[in-house]
Write a protein that binds this ligand. Structure first.
Ligand code: HEM
Length: 227
C-alpha cells in the first residue's frame, strides 16, 4: 500500500517498467462521458455567439451539466481508475511526477497521472461553474452572470488547451497513444491492474438517459421556456 502526500492510502498504480500488455483501464461510462463532454462543449462554444443557434447552445449546456452530474456520481461509485480517490494526489506527488517528466524515464501511472488529474479536476469544477453561470445569465439574474460565464469559459478553454498538450506530451514520453486509450479503454500495464468489467449496461443506460434528455429538451423547446 502506498501512502500519498495527502496521507491518503493509495493502491500502487504506478508502473515503472510496464509489462507491454494491453489491460482495460477506462470503462465505457467514462469514455462515453469524455467524448460526449467534448461534443457538448464544442457545440455550445460554436453556437454561443448567435441568437439563431441559441436553442442548441442552451441544449448543449444542459447536456454538458447532466454529464458532469453523472461524472460526480461515477467518481464515487465507478470503477477503479474512474474514482476520484484513485487520482487525487497531493502537491508532493504532483511535483515528483513533473520532475520525473524531465528525466528520461517519467513515472508511469495506469490511471490519470497526478498532474493531468489536477487539470481534470479543474475542468470538472470550471465546467460546473460554466453551467451554473450560463443558466443564471439566461434566466436574467443579472448581466454580470453573462460576463462571469464568458470569463469562466475562457479559463476552461485555457485548461483544455493545457490538457490536450499534456495528453500529447505524455503520449510521446510514455510511447503510448493515450487518445486511443480513451477510445478503446486499453492502456499498457500489468494484468493485475486491469479493471474487471467495461460496464456496458451502465454505459447503455447513460447513453439512453442522454438520448431521452436531448429528445425532451428539443421537442419541448424546454431550454427556451425555462427562465
Ligand atoms: C472540450 C474539451 C475537453 C474536455 C472538457 C476534456 C475533459 C476531460 C476530462 C474531464 C477527463 C477525465 C476523464 C475521466 O476520468 O472521466 C479527460 C481525460 C482525457 N482526455 Fe480530455 N477533454 C477535452 C478534450 C480532449 C481532447 C480533444 C482529447 C484528445 C486529444 C482529449 C483526450 C483525453 C485523454 C487521452 C484523457 C485521459 C488522460 C489520461 O490518460 O489520464 N481530451 N478529459
Amino acid at each position: 500500500m502506498v501512502i500519498d502526500s495527502m496521507g491518503m492510502p493509495q493502491a500502487d498504480d504506478t508502473n515503472e517498467t510496464p509489462a507491454r500488455r494491453r489491460i482495460l483501464v477506462w470503462d465505457i461510462p467514462t469514455r462515453l462521458f469524455h467524448w460526449s463532454l467534448v461534443l457538448c462543449f464544442t457545440v455550445a462554444y460554436l453556437t454561443s455567439e448567435s441568437e439563431r443557434w441559441q436553442l442548441w447552445h442552451v441544449t448543449a449546456g444542459y447536456l454538458f451539466g447532466a454529464l458532469l452530474l453523472f461524472r460526480l456520481i461515477w467518481g464515487v461509485v465507478g470503477t477503479r481508475y474512474a474514482r476520484f480517490s484513485n487520482f487525487l494526489h497531493g502537491p508532493k506527488t504532483v511535483l515528483a511526477y513533473l520532475a520525473s517528466l524531465l528525466s528520461r524515464h517519467p513515472k508511469h501511472y495506469v490511471g490519470h497521472n497526478p498532474a493531468g488529474a489536477w487539470a481534470i479536476l479543474a475542468m470538472l469544477g470550471l465546467g460546473i461553474f460554466t453551467v451554473i453561470t450560463g443558466w443564471a445569465s439566461f434566466s436574467d439574474y443579472g448581466d454580470w452572470f453573462g460576463e462571469l460565464h464568458e470569463g469562466i469559459v475562457n479559463l476552461l478553454l485555457l485548461i483544455i488547451g493545457i490538457h490536450v498538450i499534456g495528453v500529447l506530451v505524455s503520449s510521446l514520453l510514455h510511447h503510448e497513444n493515450l487518445v486511443r486509450s480513451m477510445v478503446n479503454g486499453y492502456k499498457l500495464g500489468n494484468a493485475a491492474d486491469s479493471i474487471q468489467y467495461a460496464q456496458w449496461i451502465i454505459g447503455a443506460l447513460v447513453a439512453l438517459g442522454l438520448g431521452i434528455f436531448l429528445w425532451a429538451l428539443l421537442t419541448s423547446r424546454l431550454p427556451m421556456l425555462l427562465p
